[in-house]
Design a protein around this ligand. Structure first.
Ligand SMILES: Nc1nc2c(ncn2[C@@H]2O[C@H](COP(=O)(O)OP(=O)(O)O)[C@@H](O)[C@H]2O)c(=O)[nH]1
Ligand SMILES: [Mg+2]
Ligand SMILES: [Zn+2]
Length: 300
């Protein structure tokens, strides 16, 4: 680790396993973890990225380059874009009847996943709670939209929940998203038993202190694959998606798209719109169409 040799040390590949904002954790092929910063203070790094790093010490690395990714899930409120994770196989949207979930959040997550080309999975958690009606109706709607779904109780029926989840998560890299309080961390701890202890261990060894609480983090699953836990957030901004991508992500619109008079129909007030006709006939739910209209209306 002599300074004289630093300049000639070759870059090596590593996986980004935590994002604390401007600091990261990276793990190399031998399983060594380093605290890392991005060369030039750029913010183009996300958990799941494969990067080239040079080592500055036994515990510190510098991210020199982000290797090409297969996908990148983002959200964006106005001009503020937030990268959630890269190179994932599926996005699992977690919701529960309490605290009250937002169905709009679920639908927005589906659009973000579609925009990034990542298949979604919807997980209804806390099925042990009373008052499941609204949650079950939302789950049925998601199924009708072609989304894979699971219903579990991570806390009350942990063993059954783990078995059901592992079928879907094994050997896959899965990003968990959801509003705060839906049970993402509970699911994570059920699936990766040492998750909390490992986090505390890294914070101690790498002097990360309190930063670790607000991070997006990668956890290897014992069965293969990984789970990425993100801090809960309440709104899923979609300002980064154009109108066409949004329309194409509405899978209940898809059967009607070819029937619109205009090729570039956005299903707003254009004459001869097959999507609007389907809404009037009740073939597309009015709530879904209103959600779509509101999304497009809110765009600059
Ligand atoms: N009744 C019930 N409560 C749960 C279940 N899973 C999680 N919780 C509770 O919901 C709260 C929020 O869970 P947490 O995992 O921190 O949610 P997160 O914000 O999405 O990470 C905690 O008090 C958990 O104990 C469940 O299956 N049933
Ligand atoms: Mg959490
Ligand atoms: Zn149309």
């Amino acid at each position: 680790m002599e300074a004289s040799r630093r300049g000639v040390r070759a870059a090596q590949e590593a996986r980004v396993t935590a994002d604390f904002g401007r600091r990261y954790l990276v793990e190399d092929a031998q399983g060594n973890t380093y605290a890392a910063v991005r060369r030039g203070k750029r913010t183009d790094v996300a958990v799941g990225d494969v990067v080239e790093v040079t080592l500055a010490s036994a515990t510190d690395a510098v991210i020199e380059r982000v290797l090409p990714r297969t996908n990148l899930l983002m959200r964006a409120d106005g001009v503020r874009e937030k990268t959630l994770a890269a190179n994932v196989d599926q996005v699992a949207v977690v919701f529960a009847s309490a605290p009250p979930f937002s169905e709009e959040f679920l639908w927005r997550a589906l659009l973000a996943a579609h925009g990034a080309g990542i298949p979604p999975l919807a997980i209804l958690n806390k099925t042990d709670l009373p008052e499941q009606q609204r949650a079950r109706a939302a789950l049925a709607r998601l199924q009708a939209l072609g989304v894979a779904t699971l219903a579990v109780s991570a806390q009350a029926e942990g063993t059954a929940a783990r078995a059901a989840l592992i079928e879907r998560l094994r050997s896959q890299v899965t990003l968990l998203v959801g509003q705060s309080g839906m049970g993402k961390s509970t699911l994570l701890n059920l699936l990766v038993p040492q998750a909390n202890a490992r986090t505390q261990d890294f914070s101690r060894r790498l002097n990360l202190g309190r930063q670790t609480t607000t991070a997006t983090r990668w956890y290897a699953l014992p069965e293969g694959g990984a789970l990425i836990d993100s801090p809960g957030f309440q709104s899923f901004g979609l300002a980064h998606l154009d109108a066409r991508t949004i329309a194409e992500g509405m899978s209940d619109f898809t059967p009607y798209l070819g029937g619109c008079r205009f090729n570039d129909c956005l299903h707003l007030d254009e004459p001869g719109c097959a999507v609007r006709a389907a809404v009037e006939q009740g073939a597309i739910e009015a709530a879904r169409y209103l959600f779509y209209r509101d999304l497009l209306a809110a765009r600059p």
